[in-house]
Design a protein around this ligand. Structure first.
Ligand SMILES: NC(=O)c1ccc[n+]([C@@H]2O[C@H](COP(=O)([O-])OP(=O)(O)OC[C@H]3O[C@@H](n4cnc5c(N)ncnc54)[C@H](OP(=O)(O)O)[C@@H]3O)[C@@H](O)[C@H]2O)c1
Length: 425
């Protein structure tokens, strides 16, 4: 019977996640000890705001001096939960150099400066764990790095931003237009006061950079990910999609195509029977496709204090129980693959156009699409006269050809406003 081992942790930040990690470690201390033999103790918390200290916490738990954590030989693991890419990078870099193992939930940091930190961790033989950086409580990093090591993944589709999924779900249920639902989401705490990172796709892009790097063993940074947000999607678009049997979702798509990597974030129409279509509200899901596995989907709460804290604590306990840092410590990006050109990608599209309701319009539009090798799978016309709308779904086509066709169609005199386009998954 192995002996219990005291493992002392230093937390950086006592906000939503930091305070939940503290609460979880305190509440579940005996269970963790019983189950793993790890006597887990939060020894210090770096936090400026003393008023955040729980009433039952030791008097000297909080410090405003990072040195008290990083120079403390008893602290083995430093957990970064402050966010951002400035101080967070400096703290983790210093902690690794001082011999600490580190855990972070910071997707922005890993998607922008991850390579430097992973290289440092590998060179120094330290752990750098990041389960909570994608998907909250969903153990997607562990599954992709460990369980899928022989799966030859070629596609990762993710609903990895709860805010946008909440907004689009409510729009699908016809509970309001984009602006109304966003305001409700802000009131309920599902969206930030400044929602740009969520609704613009930046948060999802950082997470997809991390998942793409792991899936294809080749570094993807935030700047390699093309992104489109959901700000211009109207209730009308969602209703049309619904009437055609589709759900609108903000999708992260990481794909390996002919040995090249493509990572993108965009709003897309999904057939209502696609597994990702059933992911509603603030939930997240990741859908994996690989040669050896076919398809696997993981879903669950993608954010929030306690769900995310479970992922952080699992990383801490895993480090405490791992004698040799092994392959999990090092960066999994052992390849350097090229990126697939975006305009060479093939996609099917949904198009909504306001057109003049006069004879010959359909023939003009069909001729433009035909000239660019874009073939139409289905088309419906709604309304008459000045209100006439055409809704088309195309067959998969090269995006370069598609956007050339849309540009030309937009210049036709019968086309009364810029066509709205969305990819169809
Ligand atoms: N919230 C989620 O659901 C969620 C889910 C997954 C991952 N994450 C990630 O987890 C990390 C933390 O998120 P959070 O939601 O817990 O953020 P948060 O609530 O804003 O907490 C951050 C805490 O760090 C403190 N802090 C910031 N800079 C500091 C510094 N230089 N020194 C000391 N303390 C500092 C902040 O103090 P002040 O308030 O005084 O500035 C605050 O208490 C982020 O990287 C985020 O992306 C969050």
């Amino acid at each position: 019977m192995s002996q219990n081992r005291v493992v002392r942790v230093g937390l950086l930040g006592f906000g939503t996640i930091g305070s939940s990690v503290y609460r979880l470690v305190t509440n579940e201390h005996d269970q963790i000890l019983e189950g793993t033999g790890v006597d887990l103790q939060v020894k210090k918390v770096l936090e400026i705001d003393e008023s955040k200290k729980p009433a039952d916490a030791p008097e000297d738990l909080f410090t405003t001096d990072f040195g008290e954590i990083v120079e403390d030989p008893e602290i083995e693991i430093v957990v970064e939960l402050i966010g951002g890419t400035g101080a967070a990078f400096t703290f983790l870099d210093t902690a690794l150099r001082k011999g600490k193992n580190v855990v972070t939930a910071n997707k922005q940091l890993l998607a922008t400066k991850g390579e430097a930190l992973f290289t440092l961790a590998r060179d120094l033989g330290r752990h750098l764990r990041f389960e909570a950086s994608v998907g909250g409580a969903i153990p997607i990093i562990k599954v992709m790095r460990e369980s899928m090591i022989a799966a030859e993944l070629h596609t990762v589709y993710g609903i990895v931003n709860g805010t946008t999924n909440y907004i689009l779900t409510r729009m699908y249920n016809c509970e309001g237009d984009y602006a109304d639902v966003l305001t409700q989401a802000q009131k309920l705490g599902y969206a930030e006061a400044d929602p740009t990172a969520d609704v613009g796709g930046g948060d999802a892009a950082a997470k997809m950079a991390i998942l793409g790097s792991i899936a294809f063993h080749s570094r993807v940074t935030l700047s390699d990910v093309t992104m489109e947000g959901i700000q211009s999607i109207t209730l009308d678009d969602v209703r049309y999609a619904k009437s055609l049997g589709f759900v609108v979702k903000l999708i992260g798509a990481a794909r390996l195509i002919e040995g090249s990597v493509s990572v993108r974030v965009f709003p897309a129409l999904l057939p209502v029977d696609h597994p990702l279509s059933s992911i509603s509200g603030a939930h997240n899901a990741v859908f994996l496709q690989g040669d050896a596995i076919g398809e696997i989907m993981l879903m669950g709460p993608g954010a929030g204090g306690m769900p995310t804290a479970t992922a952080v604590v699992s990383d801490i306990v895993s480090i405490a129980n791992t004698k040799d840092v092994g392959f999990l410590q090092s960066c999994s990006c052992y390849r350097k693959l090229p990126f697939y050109p975006a305009d060479e990608m093939e996609s099917a599209f949904f198009i909504k156009m306001n057109v003049e309701d006069v004879s010959g319009v359909l023939a003009q539009i069909a001729a433009v699409f035909g000239a660019h090798k874009v073939s139409i799978e289905s088309m419906i016309q709604k309304g008459r006269g000045a209100e006439a709308e055409l809704v088309l779904i195309t067959h998969p086509t090269k995006e370069r050809d598609f956007f050339a066709a849309i540009g030309e169609a937009n210049r036709l005199s019968c086309c009364k406003s810029k066509p709205m386009t969305l990819r169809v998954l």
